[in-house]
Design a protein around this ligand. Structure first.
Ligand SMILES: NC(=O)c1ccc[n+]([C@@H]2O[C@H](COP(=O)([O-])OP(=O)(O)OC[C@H]3O[C@@H](n4cnc5c(N)ncnc54)[C@H](OP(=O)(O)O)[C@@H]3O)[C@@H](O)[C@H]2O)c1
Length: 330
């Protein structure tokens, strides 16, 4: 099969597009004919070695996939050949990745793709939507009528957070950069959109909810806790999920006196049962058209190295160069 793989961590140019033996599914695996996969920032960190993981050698890059089951192992009971499925959380913690024509995946990480949802859409939604669900439902416990502030509502995770928070009945304030990004976030249902370069963000958020927001979702790698705590309401919850090397100042007094809480998590460490519960809701929202993950471009598998370079410049260098996910079609 054709695959995009590395022999050892390195720059985007370390990714080889070439032939690998077809994977052999284990007893609990389904063999998937991959029709689409999506690039996430974590793919680039694992590929570069910035995040150290045990890696099979050669290591096929990537976490997300959507496609069709072509064979199943003896112990697989939910899936059968011909079913359309999507999944995430591969290429992590020693598991092989997904950027290949065929992938052998434990059935516990696979979910049926709803009719009417394309493989491109399912792959683009996978990791980012599960992440948004884990944070909003499992960590922040968002309730209908609450206000959620999303800093970076135009990105992969941010656009899913905006839409899932709306689906959960919350009011959403989000920040974004360029005017077209702000328009996108509005189309996804954000009630109020603020330019993230606006120096008056705290005042603008307070003008919407005088008592502050119930949940603040930070997508950035260098959070500004003074600003966040100023925006949070009494008992507010903050979600942190980026910035491994960040060591920002923290306003201890204002934070605890308000009874706020801080919830960090890494999606790839959560259990398959928690992710499957998230996937069930995500499937409902995808099927109903309530969750639409933007796709910036679709590239062939041979251009995976270029896709990694683009993702890095957008997320790490904050180039603003992507409006949505990069989808790869093998
Ligand atoms: N912990 C986990 O489980 C988990 C899961 C997924 C992702 N992550 C991490 O979360 C981060 C975001 O991932 P992603 O896939 O959403 O990345 P992404 O698609 O590149 O989105 C980045 C976002 O940052 C925004 N942004 C840029 N500069 C900003 C600023 N100064 N203030 C506020 N927002 C700004 C961008 O807005 P514009 O495009 O409008 O400029 C965009 O919305 C990455 O670091 C990733 O590694 C963690």
């Amino acid at each position: 099969m054709k695959a995009a793989f590395i022999e050892r961590p390195g720059p985007p140019g370390a990714i080889v597009y070439g032939e690998l033996p077809d994977p052999l599914p284990g007893p609990r695996d389904a063999l998937i004919r991959v029709r689409a996969c999506a690039v996430n920032p974590i793919d680039t960190y694992v590929r570069s070695g910035a995040v150290v993981m045990p890696l099979p050698r050669p290591f096929v890059v990537g976490c997300d996939l959507a496609g069709e089951v072509v064979a199943v192992g003896d112990e697989v009971n939910r899936l059968r050949p011909g079913m359309r499925v999507w999944g995430s959380n591969q290429g992590l913690l020693g598991r092989q990745g997904t950027f290949s024509e065929l992938a052998a995946v434990d059935e516990r990480w696979l979910y049926p793709t709803p009719d009417g949802v394309s493989d491109r859409e399912a792959a683009a939604a996978a990791l980012v939507s599960i992440t948004a669900h884990l944070g909003l439902v499992g960590r922040a416990g968002v309730r209908p009528g609450e206000t959620v502030f999303v800093n970076g509502g135009s990105g992969g995770v941010g656009s899913a957070v905006v839409q899932i928070a709306k689906a959960l009945g919350a009011r959403v304030i989000a920040t974004a950069g360029a005017p077209e990004k702000q328009a996108l976030v509005r189309r996804f249902g954000a009630d109020v959109v603020i330019d993230y370069r606006d120096p008056e963000i705290v005042a603008r958020a307070r003008a919407v909810v005088a008592d502050g927001v119930d949940v603040y979702w930070e997508t950035q790698r260098e959070p500004d806790f003074d600003r966040t705590v100023a925006i949070l309401a009494e008992g507010g919850r903050m979600i942190l999920m980026a910035g491994r090397d960040a060591r920002p100042a923290f306003p201890v007094g204002p934070f605890y006196v308000k009874g706020c809480s801080l919830h960090g998590f890494a999606m790839f460490k959560t259990s398959h049962s928690e992710q499957a519960a998230a996937a069930a809701d995500i499937n409902r929202w995808l099927a109903a058209g309530r969750l639409r993950v933007p796709i910036d471009r679709v590239l062939p598998l041979a251009q995976t190295a270029e896709a990694h370079a683009l993702q890095e410049s957008a997320t790490v260098m904050r180039s603003g160069g992507l409006i949505g996910k990069i989808v790869i079609e093998p």
